[in-house]
Design a protein around this ligand. Structure first.
Ligand SMILES: N[C@@H](CCC(=O)N[C@@H](CS)C(=O)NCC(=O)O)C(=O)O
Length: 218
């Protein structure tokens, strides 16, 4: 059995969305996004205490990029990967891993706006700088989508899932609407049943309790 360790609205949603799109059988273990990720039981799955962790084929894989590559190779029939030797392989790798470039800024901003519990700990400079850096990332995606419906000409792939999920987090901190092609693409890919099935269920504890967090002034 494939088992995904997941926290709502975090990067593990990337692997969850991919599993849904692959159409394979799997189960999800939902964890609270708190210190329980540092328990000895969880650290045995992911020694850095992060989500996701994926139990599959008798071992545990962590790091979303590695999980994406492994799952797409393991289930090639879904057409979400691009195998070595295929014309789009390099672009696929670039965009699959670009998701982490976006996510690191979203994670820094989540820490600033959501995780820190006292206003005196937040930095206006960090919130402004990281939001601007997200916009630079959006510019790169906007450029890539010139004349393309998806990140790859060959159609929807795990690259769209990775970057799309990163945007699911980052749009809480930098608005996507000024980037017309990006916003249209984001709307298209998040309309898919696979994404909808990966959203937190009604009543779940949310990481983002607001739609948008303005950079702090100061
Ligand atoms: N590069 C890793 C990052 C994993 C990661 O940092 N996940 C966050 C959630 S978005 C996490 O588990 N944070 C818990 C913590 O830092 O305590 C990946 O892509 O899997």
């Amino acid at each position: 059995m494939i088992r995904l360790h997941h926290c709502h609205q975090t990067r593990s949603m990337r692997s969850l969305w991919l599993l849904h799109e692959l159409g394979v059988e799997f189960e999800v273990v939902c964890h609270a996004f708190d210190k329980s990720l540092r328990s000895p039981e969880y650290l045995a799955l992911n020694p850095a205490g992060r989500v996701p962790a994926l139990e599959i084929d008798g071992r545990v894989i962590w790091e979303t990029g590695a999980i994406t590559e492994y799952l797409c190779e393991r289930f090639p029939g879904a057409g979400l990967g691009r195998a070595p030797g295929e014309a789009e392989r390099v672009d696929w790798l670039i965009w699959v891993h670009f998701a982490e470039t976006v996510s690191q800024h979203a994670a820094a901003l989540t820490q600033q706006h959501v995780a820190l519990y006292d206003d005196s700990m937040r930095s206006p400079v960090v919130t402004q700088l990281e939001a601007r850096r997200l916009e630079k990332c959006y510019g790169a995606i906007e450029g890539r989508l010139q004349g393309r419906e998806y990140l790859l000409e060959g159609g929807f792939s795990a690259a769209d899932i990775g970057v799309g999920q990163a945007l699911y987090m980052s749009r809480h901190f930098a608005r996507i609407e000024p980037f017309g092609r990006l916003a249209e693409w984001y709307g298209r890919i998040t309309g898919r049943p696979g994404l909808k099935a990966s959203l937190p269920p009604e009543g779940a504890a949310l990481l983002y309790r607001r739609d948008f967090f303005e950079p702090l002034e100061g």
